[in-house]
Design a protein around this ligand. Structure first.
Ligand code: ADP
Ligand code: MG
Length: 620
């Protein structure tokens, strides 16, 4: 069967399908839909990878089977996260766009429970819920699921991974025994089999592809590095892929936040997604990611479950997951909707044997690759820029100035002109990588600290300033503030590190006099702002570790901070994401100018102040 008509769907749904532009049912849809539409109601276990169209595989049959004329809740879909919950709800609404009177309601935590109860009361034929909130509403008598005829456990393996087993058991005990249960899962660990046995009667099992197998559109690569080079390796992988649009997985919320912050500070458009952020912050980050304003989304496994973005080019395993099975879910975030994707793993020597275990699970082998060298990256970036220039539509506003420009370059050969032109965009990037060492582990003597490839360090001046987050600054605000006050250029202030009551920042040494002179008698909000040169010469690079050491310089309060060094970091990161947690281009990041799309008007990094319009745009 190769059309939706042939699967037996009704006219209203077929109209919806046409509107959506679905042409051909996917494999899991071809297998599940006719089966579920058959007169006799059956239980079903369907195993299929992410991105294979499972929502429609249960959504269409459910929409066709329920009685839309009735206001009784007849269908219940449980799904692991709020993101997925909303996504399924929206999909079902789109599928059923022509089904008059259809009411699908999403129920999930972090949003008003009484609003959701009210929406249900208005008559929801289908409820899509996360287990936690669902259980809560049942216990408060806010929903009635005693007439459910169809229940779906979507992403069952994920729900069980997340510890929802008891909630699910509890919820299902409030539904009639004679309902049908449809279980959808990407993998089939033991717990899923147990659930299936417990709640289902003689289920039909369908499998698309091999059980637990990774999507075939995804290639798997691993990179062996010294554990301490992990972050540098990550940056290089990103730099070697100028059009990267990726999810980066870390093991803990802390690492997630830290890696995202470091990336942002290093000028990448990155954002963090983890459970310590408020719902609002997570929504903002996801929105920016969807709009391609964030190129690198750093996420925990749990938080990433709801990510439904189809055009992710790379998944980067910054650290391997604790449960090796989780790798399948991670890599399944790329290579969706018929596209190809790459799943990269950064491993240290001690973890490399895990690669073998993963290969057994995904039934595919990994390519062992070397972290790109500085010169590889420079080449990639140059060519990417050349390519971008080549395909850029000419702006004819320039025509009227052409004569004067030509005059200026009258004696410049074409090759020379090209080199000059590229140098404008490229020098900082080039300098950064010029002196860098390779990151492979083989190089046991050479790879003394990655941080050393920071060519500018000796030329920097580091300052202490007695304003911090309690004065309303985050690093972006402070950077803007300094630039404005000192009338400096876009890249003149860098490595801004905001603590609670004080901060650090760097400029080129040449600006030191100007900075100190300006702040000799300067008041902000009625109090004197004091800036002095930081004396900590031991810092390998301004920023993180060095910053923490520097904290001791300040009197009072620093002890507390030392007790919980992450606390302020996390909260400042959180606040930051509310205001746009994504990287503003700072030093070294000119390469971002040839990033993903043409939608960002302020891409040209040579235009001074170009980050301002971008950032304010992002804030809205
Ligand atoms: P899964 O739940 O298996 O991860 P989804 O149901 O979320 O997959 O579907 C993945 C994407 O593919 C969605 O954007 C969905 O709209 C799209 N899709 C689903 N079925 C089809 C189809 N038959 N033709 C084209 N696109 C489809
Ligand atoms: Mg799904």
């Amino acid at each position: 069967m190769s059309t939706f008509q042939e699967l037996g769907l009704n006219e209203d749904l077929l109209k919806g399908i046409t509107d959506l532009g679905f042409v051909k049912p996917s494999e899991v849809q071809q297998k599940a839909i006719p089966l579920l539409l058959e007169g006799e109601d059956k239980d079903l276990v369907a195993l299929a990878q992410t991105g294979t169209g499972k929502t429609a595989a249960f959504g269409f049959p459910m929409l066709q089977k329920i009685d839309i004329a009735s206001r009784t809740t007849q269908g219940l879909i449980l799904s692991p996260t709020r993101e997925l919950c909303l996504q399924i709800t929206n999909e079902l609404k789109a599928y059923g766009k022509h089904c008059k009177g259809l009411n699908v309601v999403a129920i999930y935590g972090g949003s008003s429970i009484s609003d959701q109860a009210r929406a249900v009361k208005r008559g929801a034929q289908i409820i899509v819920a996360t287990p936690g909130r669902m259980k809560d509403m049942i216990s408060r008598n806010m929903v009635d699921i005693s007439k459910i005829q169809y229940s779906v456990l979507d992403e069952a393996d994920e729900m069980l991974n997340m510890g929802f087993k008891e909630d699910i058991t509890d919820i299902l005990s409030h539904t009639p025994d004679d309902k049908s249960t449809w279980l959808f899962s990407a993998t089939m660990p033991k717990e899923v089999a147990t659930i299936a046995k417990k709640f289902m009667y003689d289920p039909t099992e369908i499998t698309v592809g091999n059980k637990n197998e990774s999507t075939s559109n995804v290639t798997h690569e691993y990179y062996l590095v010294n554990a301490r080079d992990r972050y540098q390796a990550l940056k290089r992988l990103a730099d070697a892929n100028p059009d990267i649009f990726s999810v980066i997985f870390c093991r803990t919320k802390r690492d997630t936040q830290k890696v995202a912050e470091n990336l942002i500070e290093d000028g990448y458009s990155a954002g963090a997604l983890h459970g310590d952020l408020s719902q609002n912050q997570r929504d903002l980050v996801m929105k920016s990611f969807r709009n391609n304003q964030i190129q690198m989304l750093v996420a925990t496994d749990v938080a990433a479950r709801g990510i439904d973005v189809d055009d992710i080019t790379h998944v980067i395993n910054y650290q391997l997951p604790d449960e090796i099975e989780t790798y399948t879910h991670r890599s399944g975030r790329t290579g969706r909707a018929g596209k190809t994707g790459v799943s990269m793993v950064i491993v240290s020597k001690s973890e490399v044997r895990k690669i073998k275990s993963i290969e057994r699970i995904i039934k595919k082998s990994f390519d062992k690759k070397e972290i790109p060298s500085g010169s590889d990256i420079v080449e990639v970036q140059l060519m990417s820029l050349a390519n971008k220039i080549h395909t850029t539509e000419t702006n004819h506003e320039i025509d009227k100035h052409l004569e004067s420009i030509n005059e200026l370059f009258a004696d410049t050969e074409k090759d020379e002109l090209i080199k000059k032109f590229f140098s404008v965009e490229f020098n900082r990037f080039f300098n950064y990588y010029q002196k860098s060492k390779d990151l492979g582990v083989v190089d046991s003597r050479g790879s003394d600290r990655e941080g050393r490839d920071y060519s500018k360090q000796s030329n920097d001046a580091r300052y202490f300033i007695n304003v911090g987050s309690k004065d309303g600054f985050d690093w972006m605000k402070l950077k803007d503030f300094l630039k404005e006050q000192l009338e400096l250029g876009r890249d003149d202030v860098f490595k801004v590190d905001v603590k609670e009551s004080f901060s650090f920042f760097n400029t080129e040494k040449g600006l030191q006099e100007k900075v100190l002179a300006f702040f000799t008698d300067f008041k902000h909000d009625g109090r004197y702002v004091n800036v002095e040169v930081s004396e900590d010469k031991g810092r390998s690079r301004g920023g993180r570790n060095g910053g923490r050491r520097n904290e001791r310089r300040s009197s009072g309060g620093s002890r507390k901070r030392d007790d919980k060094p992450r606390g302020d970091r996390r909260s400042s990161g959180g606040r930051r994401s509310e205001g746009g947690s994504y990287g503003k281009r700072s030093d070294r990041s000119d390469r971002r100018s040839n990033s993903r799309d043409d939608r960002r008007p302020a891409e040209s990094s040579s235009a001074s102040g170009s980050d301002r319009p971008r950032r304010s745009r992002r804030r809205d």
